[in-house]
Ligand binder design. Structure first.
Ligand code: AMP
Length: 545
C-alpha cells in the first residue's frame, strides 16, 4: 500500500536545516522547522493515546495560533479528520456542527469550555480540551507528557483528511470532505504554477478555518520549506510593515482595499515581493488597477472553494505555457489549473459557447469526496458524467480565461429573462462615487423578481439612488435595471470578506414590508449579531450565550 499521508509529503518539503526559522509571529515568537515536527509529534502521540476509532473527527474552534497548525499536522499524522470552525460562531451554530459531525474530540477556547463541553457531550464527544492563542489550555499540557517522535500512519489518497463546512452565504452549512489526495494534488500543482521556492517568505494573515489560509497558504509554504510571517489577524499597518521582508502575500480582496487606504503603500514597500495573490471573493477591476498603479505589481487572482480547493488561476510566469496567454487579467480568475477540467454548461445542458454565461463545472483530483452525511446533496451536485456543479455562473473565453459572473442562486429572473447581478454590479461600480455594489433579487408581483441594488459610496461622495438608476438606463437593457436602490455605509460580509447576499435579501424584503424603502438614501446598516464583519474582530466577553 502506497503511503499517501499528506503529512509525509509536506514534511519532505522541510529544509535540511531543521533549526532554521519556519514561522515568525507578530507577537515576537519564532518557531523552527524542528518545533513544527516535534510539536506535531507530541500532539499526535496524545491523540494516539486516546485510541479513537479510525477516521474520528476532531472539531477545533479556537483563535489562530501556530499551535493550531501543529494540531492540524498532528491530525494528519494520526489519520483522523480535522474539522476547523470559525471562532466567531455562536454556541447555537457550534451545536449544529457538533451534532452533524459527531466529533470524538473537540478543542475550544478555555473560556468556552463549559458551554461547548455541554453540547459536545450531548453529541457523543468523548474529549473536550482547550487551547488559547497564548499557548495556554489543557491540550498542550496533555501533549507535553508525550514523546516528540511519531511515525505517521498509513493513509490512502482517498482517505479523508479534513471536513470544511461551507461558509454558508446561502443556506445551511454542508461539510465538504477533502481527502489526503485532494489536498496534496492541489498543493503540488500550485507549488509549480505559482513558482514557490524555498527562499520565499509568505505573509500569512488569513484565518485558519478556511481553505485559503489553512490549505492554500500553509501547504504552499510547508511544501516549499518557505518561511511564514504569521499575523494573528489582518491588520493593514502590520502587514505593510512586513512587506519589505516578504515575497508572497495571499489575501481576500478586502486586504487589498485596506492596504490601498494606507499612504505608505508604494513600489519601494513592495520591492522584495514577487507575488500578490487574491481570492475567496471577487476583486473589483478598480482595485486590481489601483494596486498596479500604486505598487507596480499585478495581482494574481485565483478561484477556489471548500469543495475543490483551487480550480483556476491567472498565470504566474510571463511565458506561461497554458493556453498561450501571458497576462493576469483583472476581473478574470484565470485558467483551469493543470490536471483540472473546467467546463461551462448552458441552460440547455450543452457546453456554452465562448463567452456565453453558464454553470461552472469541474472534474479532477482536487474535487472533494462529497458532503458529510448528505447523500442527497451529492446526487444533486454531481452530474452523471462526474462533474461537480460549483453553483457559480461564469464564462470561458477562447483563450481559456474563466470569469465568474455570480452564484447560480444569485440569478435574478425578471419577467422570464435572466439577469446576472455581476453585470449590474459592474455597471454600478463604474459610476462616479461608487466604491462597491451588490444586487439581489426581490419578489415582484408583475415581473416575478426585480433587482434591488445596494451601493457603497466612496469617501466624501454623495450618492442619490435616483441618479444612480438613471445613469444605468443608458447602459443596460430595461429588463436588467434594478427597480430599487439603497446607499449603505457598509456591506454585510462573512468572515472571508464575501458579501452576504442572504442578509441583503432580508434587508430588501424587510424594507419592502416597511414601505418607505423605495429609493431611500444614506441608510446605516444596523449591526447584525450574526454578521461576522471582516476582518473578524476580537470578540468582547468571549463566552457566547
Ligand atoms: P468558500 O467555499 O467559502 O471558499 O466559497 C467559495 C465561493 O467563493 C466560490 O464558489 C465563489 O463563489 C467564491 N469565490 C472564490 N474565489 C473567487 C474569486 N476569485 N472571484 C469570485 N468569487 C470567488
Amino acid at each position: 500500500m502506497t503511503q499517501a499521508n499528506l503529512y509525509n509529503a509536506l514534511r519532505a518539503g522541510f529544509p535540511a536545516d531543521l533549526q532554521a526559522i519556519a514561522i515568525e509571529t507578530d507577537d515576537g515568537l519564532a518557531y523552527s522547522w524542528s518545533d513544527l515536527e516535534r510539536g506535531s509529534a507530541m500532539l499526535a502521540n496524545w491523540i494516539d493515546s486516546l485510541q479513537l476509532p479510525a477516521a474520528s473527527r476532531m472539531a477545533v474552534q479556537v483563535e489562530k495560533s501556530v499551535e493550531v497548525l501543529m494540531l492540524y499536522l498532528a491530525s494528519l499524522r494520526t489519520g483522523h479528520i480535522f474539522l476547523p470552525l470559525n471562532p466567531a460562531y455562536q454556541i447555537a451554530e457550534v451545536a449544529y456542527f457538533l451534532a452533524n459531525a459527531e466529533p470524538a474530540v473537540v478543542v475550544c477556547a478555555p473560556q468556552q469550555f463549559c458551554a461547548v463541553s455541554k453540547i459536545a457531550f450531548q453529541s457523543g464527544t468523548q474529549y473536550v480540551v482547550t487551547l488559547d492563542d497564548q499557548r495556554g489550555g489543557s491540550l498542550l499540557q496533555r501533549a507535553a507528557h508525550h514523546s516528540d517522535q511519531h511515525t505517521p500512519v498509513h493513509r490512502q489518497a482517498d482517505d479523508i483528511a479534513a471536513i470544511i463546512y461551507t461558509s454558508g452565504t446561502t443556506g445551511r452549512s454542508k461539510g465538504a470532505m477533502l481527502s489526503h489526495g485532494n489536498l496534496l494534488s492541489n498543493a503540488q500543482v500550485l507549488h509549480g504554477y505559482w513558482g514557490w521556492r524555498s527562499s520565499d517568505v509568505l505573509i500569512h494573515a488569513l484565518p485558519m478555518f478556511h481553505v485559503h489560509g489553512l490549505f492554500v497558504a500553509i501547504h504552499g509554504a510547508l511544501l516549499s520549506g518557505s518561511r511564514m510571517l504569521w499575523h494573528k489577524r489582518f491588520d493593514p499597518v502590520r502587514v505593510l510593515n512586513d512587506l519589505p521582508r516578504a515575497t508572497v502575500m495571499m489575501g481576500v480582496p478586502t486586504f487589498y482595499t485596506r492596504l490601498l487606504a494606507l499612504p505608505g503603500l508604494s513600489p519601494s514597500a513592495c520591492a522584495s515581493m514577487r507575488l500578490f495573490i487574491s481570492g475567496s471573493a471577487p476583486m473589483l477591476v478598480d482595485t486590481f488597477e489601483q494596486w498596479k498603479a500604486r505598487t507596480g505589481h499585478t495581482v494574481l487572482e485565483r478561484y477556489g472553494m471548500s469543495e475543490t480547493v483551487m480550480l483556476t488561476s491567472n498565470p504566474y510566469a510571463p511565458d506561461d505555457r497554458y493556453a498561450g496567454a501571458s497576462q493576469r487579467i483583472g476581473g478574470s480568475v484565470g485558467f483551469a489549473l493543470p490536471g483540472v477540467q473546467v467546463r461551462i454548461m448552458s441552460e440547455d445542458g450543452k457546453p456554452a459557447l465562448p463567452s456565453e454565461v453558464g454553470s461552472i463545472q469541474v472534474k479532477g483530483p482536487i474535487v472533494f469526496a462529497g458532503y458529510w452525511r448528505m447523500p442527497e446533496k451529492n446526487a444533486q451536485e454531481f452530474t452523471a458524467d462526474g462533474y461537480f456543479v460549483t453553483g457559480d455562473m461564469g464564462t470561458l473565453d477562447e483563450k481559456g480565461y474563466v470569469r465568474i459572473v455570480g452564484r447560480s442562486k444569485d440569478l435574478i429572473i425578471s419577467g422570464g429573462l435572466n439577469v446576472y447581478p455581476a453585470e449590474i454590479e459592474d455597471a454600478l461600480n463604474n459610476l462616479p462615487g461608487v466604491a462597491e455594489s451588490a444586487v439581489v433579487g426581490v419578489p415582484h408581483p408583475d415581473f416575478g423578481e426585480v433587482g434591488f441594488a445596494f451601493v457603497l459610496s466612496k469617501p466624501g461622495a454623495q450618492l442619490e439612488p435616483e441618479q444612480l438608476l438613471a445613469a444605468l438606463k443608458s447602459q443596460l437593457a430595461n429588463f436588467k435595471l434594478p427597480k430599487h436602490c439603497q446607499v449603505l455605509n457598509e456591506l454585510p460580509r462573512n468572515a472571508m470578506g464575501k458579501v452576504q447576499k442572504t442578509v441583503l435579501r432580508d434587508m430588501a424584503q424587510n424594507s419592502e414590508a416597511g414601505h418607505s424603502w423605495l429609493l431611500g438614501s444614506g441608510s446605516k446598516l444596523e449591526p447584525d449579531p450574526n454578521n461576522r464583519v471582516f476582518p473578524f474582530k476580537k470578540r468582547q466577553g468571549q463566552v457566547p450565550v
